[in-house]
Design a protein around this ligand. Structure first.
Ligand code: PLP
Length: 448
């Protein structure tokens, strides 16, 4: 078991970076306020399922680039494809010929969808889906689940969060919410805003939702939600950013046999390279085209870097790996084993009342509670600190990738078991006695 105590270079990095980059990173969830003090501030390299920080410390990676790295860091077949493409140049005055191959390859995976647009970030494609829905229906309101973490950094989503400063109220008022996976709540929303809702955008499933009953039927909910949308003249958008290439190949829409009007894809589909996609039916997607002479033009996605060739090459290579190897089965086996071992350790330690193991095979998730049984950021951060000390960069979830091995799972479980001992003691005395520094803070908070 590693015993990581040297964070000297990390501390220097932490001290300098906030003078240079607001937030200290380019994703709030990678920021210093999301981790304990005794943690790596920046990563130098990764290979397979392991990463190395600026002090040279080695970690088992659990989040895999916020779920974007589905095969493994620096995964050779993807790197080969990227290297080959780099030799040809990456951006031209006209589209790269690879765009056609990419479009055909991706659309072959998504039943019922006829057209695709690429972009570099997920927020761009979710916002594009919302725009198309508004254009198609001529309505203004956009609906999404109030208790889901993230759909876009654009105003239609951020305006509804706790940190909505800078977003005009007039914009926030155009977003309306319902309780996730609750058909009655969605029905109430349509009743409250008759003829006004352009679309519902939702992740098709969440692994980390312990409040849903074990026998909750996701397929039924999704089918009912689509029907309800269509009865009310609204479109249904499945956001597969997290679920895509994880719950199934290509995602939950095939797992549950649904055809949303549009779907959005990103993390995982190009093994960490920047490549995202919006897919949809022809009647909707064609609105963003230039062929329907005389019709009003919808300015859909238009970005300089959206068709960058090495991103396309990475995505095509990633898809080939999924097609030729049993990536989903491997990843789910890793997820199942890890959740099973951890649940056993929690039960043996009599900690079931304080640590919940949510055993979603595609992304096991852990809930940490204090002595009173309340979910606790302090206890979660303490657990992170203890796992990090043992060489596991853990934040509360485990995202299995094709490079994770059974050995990694046993290593994780060993670190988990040792961290449980500290947790047990902290339950008696309070986490403050063991945690160095402050607990992690929610990303979406009104004040700093
Ligand atoms: C469900 C979901 N949709 C959309 C996004 C936005 O993706 P991106 O960060 O690539 O803009 C995210 C990112 O976390 C997400 O989790």
């Amino acid at each position: 078991m590693r015993n990581i105590t040297n964070f000297k270079a990390s501390d220097e990095y932490r001290n300098a970076i906030h003078n240079l980059i607001p937030g200290g990173s380019h994703t709030y969830s990678k920021g210093d306020d999301q981790f304990p003090i005794l943690s790596p501030a920046a990563i130098v390299r990764g290979k397979g399922s392991h990463i190395w920080d600026v002090d040279g410390n080695e970690y088992l990676d659990c989040s895999m680039g916020l779920t974007s790295v589905s095969l493994g860091h620096a995964y050779e077949p993807v790197l080969d494809a990227v290297r080959n493409e780099l030799e040809n140049g990456v951006n031209f005055q006209r589209p790269s010929a690879l765009e056609k191959e990419m479009a055909e390859t991706f659309l072959a995976l998504v039943p019922g969808h006829d057209m695709v647009k690429f972009s570099k970030n997920g927020s761009i494609v979710t916002t594009a889906a919302v725009k198309l829905a508004r254009a198609k229906t001529g309505r203004d309101l956009v609906a999404f689940p109030v208790d889901h973490p993230f759909y876009s950094y654009d105003d239609w989503f951020i305006g509804k969060t706790a940190c909505n400063k800078g977003v005009p109220e007039a914009i926030s008022d155009l977003s309306v919410t319902f309780q996730s996976f609750n058909i009655d709540s969605l029905r109430e929303l349509f009743a409250k805003h008759p003829g006004q809702v352009a679309c519902v955008i939702t992740e098709p499933e969440k692994g980390n939702y312990p409040h849903l009953p074990a026998d909750f039927n996701v397929a039924d909910f999704l089918k009912q939600a689509i029907e309800l949308c269509h009865e009310n003249g609204a479109l249904f958008i499945a956001d597969e950013m997290v679920t895509g290439f994880k719950t199934e190949f290509p995602g939950s829409i095939t797992k549950y046999g649904i055809t949303p009007d549009m779907a959005t894809w990103g993390k995982g589909i190009a093994n960490g390279f920047s490549f995202c996609a919006l897919t949809g039916t022809k009647d909707i997607m064609e609105m963003g085209g230039i062929r329907n002479t005389g019709e009003e033009k919808v300015f859909l996605i238009s970005t300089t870097h959206g068709g960058e060739t090495h991103g396309l090459a990475a995505a095509i290579a990633t898809i080939k790996e999924y097609q030729n190897k049993n990536v989903i089965a491997h990843n789910h086996q890793i997820g199942r084993k890890l959740a099973e071992l951890c649940q056993q350790l929690v039960t043996e330690s009599n900690l079931s009342a304080y640590i919940e193991v949510v055993a979603a095979e595609w992304m096991p998730f852990f809930v940490f509670k204090d002595k009173s049984g309340a979910v606790s950021q302090g206890f979660r951060t303490l657990f992170m600190q203890e796992m990090i000390k043992r060489g596991v960069l853990f934040q509360g979830a485990f995202v299995p990738c094709f490079s994770h091995t059974e050995e990694d799972v046993y290593y994780f479980a060993k670190a988990f078991g040792e961290s449980l001992k500290v947790y047990q003691e902290a339950l008696e005395t309070g986490y403050e006695k063991f945690l160095v520094g402050e607990p992690a803070k929610p990303v979406f908070r009104r004040t700093l």
